[in-house]
Design a protein around this ligand. Structure first.
Ligand code: NAD
Ligand code: IPM
Ligand code: MN
Length: 347
């Protein structure tokens, strides 16, 4: 068997292909000859070609790959409120569900060189190093959807087993504390969530500190006292919203990577938290760093290539220390210049 890892590469739409190509350049420099890519149409571009955001063949190809590296999907061309028309995002949701990736890890670190790029004050964000553990295959995203001319509904559902497994992921990842975020003062799913988290904690992880925050308060604490957090565990929709908010601790949504894991028998999915940024697509000015950091998470989580993962992360840090700033970070660097800067700092 060759040691070459097979990567399903899904560039997607908008800035997706721009940052995906940049990431491949960086990976080729860090692990030359050790990855082989097969590219697939995904999202809006797949709708144009095949009428669906993800074909069965693409899902199957992802399933048999060693890892899936995805950039971003979506755009105004495919925006519709008609439930009978396909949307790019359906590909993403179908892929996460189809691969059984229930645990989405979104690390958020205040990078010292970037404190001036954050809208938050330096003394608030200093030392922030948190992880959002977002449940990814349940909740309101996947419950029954209904729509008539006069009515619409989205069902939010969680089972005990779904909460148990994401709670375990969070407790295992914690260094000091888990903050479970819910809306247990209103939602039945949140009351179940809280009971299950409390029980898993008591039975399996009594040495980790556990606290609970209601999601509205959590949204406030995240900008008021971000350094107080270690691991935040929360349901699908809350995790989506809180992670975009948390991105501003770093200065830009263009900085946040993610790893989606949970199926020991299949590949993980690695993608930036940001979307296809239609407002800047095609101009060569997207920040590729979230994509590079997602590639680093792939090296670490999919292949256990820890030193290579660290090498990408350190190169990103050093490039920023040496003044790299794309437009979202208040500078003028293009995607190509950002890529060159990171390449030049690889050790
Ligand atoms: P977005 O994340 O695409 O963009 C929000 C803002 O952040 C925009 O101003 C954009 O220019 C900026 N931005 C995002 N990434 C950037 C980067 N790498 N460099 C510089 N600036 C960046 O969110 P949106 O505008 O709400 O969504 C646009 C489309 O993307 C929608 O169709 C949405 O569904 C989709 N989306 C996809 C994903 C994904 O594929 N994982 C994630 C989020 C949104
Ligand atoms: C994300 C995105 C997706 C989500 C959309 C595009 C379906 O916002 O990955 O954060 O809501 O999960
Ligand atoms: Mn999101």
């Amino acid at each position: 068997m060759s040691g070459i890892k097979q990567i399903a590469l899904l560039p997607g739409d908008g800035i997706g292909p721009e940052v995906a190509a940049a990431a491949v350049t960086v990976l080729d420099a860090v692990v030359p000859g050790r990855l082989a890519y097969t590219e697939h149409l995904f999202g809006g571009i797949s709708i144009d070609a095949h009428g669906v955001a993800m074909t069965d063949a693409t899902l199957e190809a992802c399933r048999t790959a060693d890892a899936v590296l995805l950039a971003a999907v979506g755009g105004p061309k495919w925006d519709t409120t008609d439930p009978d028309r396909p949307r790019p995002e359906q590909g993403l949701l179908g892929l996460r569900k189809g691969l059984g990736l229930f645990a989405n890890l979104r690390p958020v670190r205040a990078i010292e060189a970037l404190v001036d790029a954050s809208p938050l004050r330096e003394e608030r964000i200093a030392g922030t190093d948190l992880l959002v553990v977002r449940e990814l295959t349940g909740g309101i995203y996947f419950g029954e959807k209904r729509r008539t001319a006069e009515f619409a509904s989205d069902l939010c559902e969680y089972s005990v087993a779904e909460v148990e497994r994401i709670a375990r992921t969070a407790f295992r990842a914690a260094r000091r504390k888990v903050t479970s975020v819910d809306k247990a003062n209103v939602l039945e799913t949140s009351r179940l969530w809280r009971e299950v988290v409390v029980r898993v904690h008591a039975e399996e992880f009594p040495d980790v500190t556990l606290e609970h925050l209601l999601v509205d308060n959590a949204a406030m604490q995240l900008v008021a006292n971000p350094a107080d957090f270690d691991v935040i565990v929360t349901e699908n929709l809350f995790g989506d919203i809180l992670s975009d908010e948390a991105a501003m601790i770093t200065g830009s949504i263009g900085m946040l990577p993610s790893a989606s894991l949970g199926n020991p028998d299949g590949p993980g999915l690695f993608e930036p938290v940001h979307g296809s940024a239609p407002d800047i697509a095609g101009r060569g000015i997207a920040n590729p760093l979230a994509m590079f950091l997602s590639a680093a998470l792939m090296l670490r989580h999919a292949f256990d290539w820890e030193s290579e993962a660290t090498s990408v992360e350190s190169a990103v840090d050093r490039a920023l220390e040496n003044g790299l700033r794309t437009r979202d970070l208040g500078g003028t660097a293009t995607t190509a210049e950002a890529t060159e800067a990171v390449l030049s700092h690889l050790s």
